[in-house]
Write a new protein. Sequence first.
Length: 64
Amino acid sequence: MDTTTTKYCKRCKKDVTWHIDRVVHWKQLLITIISCGLWLPIWLMLAFYPTKICDECNEPIWES
Ligand SMILES: [Zn+2]
């Protein structure tokens, strides 16, 4: 796990502080039911790989 406190945000084009986006599981369950289970892999992915959110623009920071 990376211990640095800042990440490069492609949108802000600079190093920014970030927070982890908490997965709202009841919402994910709802989407999974609506999509007949198609959303399940994405839900699992969100649960196992928490998304880092930029503090400045609130966009997910995708690491390359
Ligand atoms: Zn940003």
